[in-house]
Design a protein around this ligand. Sequence first.
Ligand code: ZN
Length: 511
Amino acid sequence: MFRMSRRQYITTAIDYPNAAPHMGHVLEKVLADVCARWFRLRGDEVRFQIGTDEHGVKIARKAQEESLLPKELVDRNVPLFQELYARLGIQYDVFVRTTDQEQHWPTVTALWQKLRDAGRLEKRSYTGLYCSGCERFLTKKDLEAGKCLIHKVEPEKVMEENYFFSLSKDTDWLSALLAADGGYTMIPKFRASETLSLIEQGLEDVSFSRPRSSLNWGIPVPDDPDHVMYVWCDALTNYISGLGFFTDREDRAFWDDAEVTHVIGKDIARFHALIWPAMLRHAGVRPPDRLLIHGFLTSEGEKMSKSLGNVVAPQDVIEKYGVDALRFYLSHEVPVGRDGDFAWGRFSELYDSVLRNKLGNLLQRTLVLLGKDGSAVQAPPEQFWPESYGAIWQEYTDGLDAYDMSRVLQLSVRKMEVCNAFIDANEPWKKSAEDRKAVLGALAENLRHISLMLLPFIPETAQKISTQLNVPYAKKMLEKDFVITPEMKQWGSQKAWKKVGEPAILFPKVE
Ligand SMILES: [Zn+2]
């Protein structure tokens, strides 16, 4: 059955541009881009949004260190993110900057007012334990032996008057929302159990503002100039400010009709699971549908950190191996929800064994052999091939629909292996012209399917394969409205495909 067109609204976390983007940013954007591309390829109407979270003490402090204004710092750093994502082929539709006073602030201010009007924001004086590394007050759960779990330092005792969001009153509503079939799904599932147990331990109200004296670089609290919004209302709201919520350019229908997916890291999952839907609730907006949660990336088995000197710059990997090799590595090696590792040795091994040999050589051999026979191509009857592409495409679709990217990519690699084994077993160069035509036609047809299967993951390579094969739709494959039709998934369906093109190297040897 051809899927009816439906709407998808997919977002990533917004990046903190106090420094250049790192591999963790890339992991998340590639994951979201693979999802967005898959949604489009199956025929959905997609809106994919990313952005930058540009306020807060860390940005202000960093700017001061560099003798810049905070706005100058973010204006310098944000393009580093945008350029890297453009280079990586992250096909987003909207980029939100939280310093954007026209696109972002009106929604934030309106949301704040709605929460206040609903009686959910209350000014209280508060003494708490503040970690300057975390830029927030810590709760019992954040402490171990009196020290911040993340920064391993004792937090300071600080007294402040802040606005508090009454999250504790939403306890029952949130339990119901996050329970199985409650409407807000967390992938992987174990994150939902973790979050439900947090709720059981009791939710605390959340500090939503800071006095201007301690946080100057942020969005002002409406009607209270001594206070500045803290990260929650400022940053989380990007997910609806991109749709112009509560302004005259509001596209609320898109949010209401779409499946709303937030792609985020495991460290911020609980804020997205608890604070965000509760904020929306009191502003009269329906909750999102799904949180897709990724783990962290280590480097050679260790936490990536400047002090260990093992930070991998995405640009270095791209310089050496190319964009698609990096996209392939991350999707192949890091199953959604789990932590992954970046290791140069493993990278080189996958590059050589899969991309160069299993894929590149397969295409090269097939095209060279077909070229010797005049480049004519025709898929033999489907029975000729030992596997059924009906079943393969079903497994592929089910896997991607379940966000099981790594398994799906491995499925494509297995198809390459079957083809390579088929060449070795059949030795087409020793066959009669008629038999050789069938063997090589079958290999070319397999490569046509493999190229479609690789399209969400390594789009440029996928198109190159189809272009070399000279498949009729190859030119259109990178367009946003390109859909993998049921016809394309059928064996031998491309009747207009008569000849293959010239082989060219997909992945060069890297020393
Ligand atoms: Zn801390």
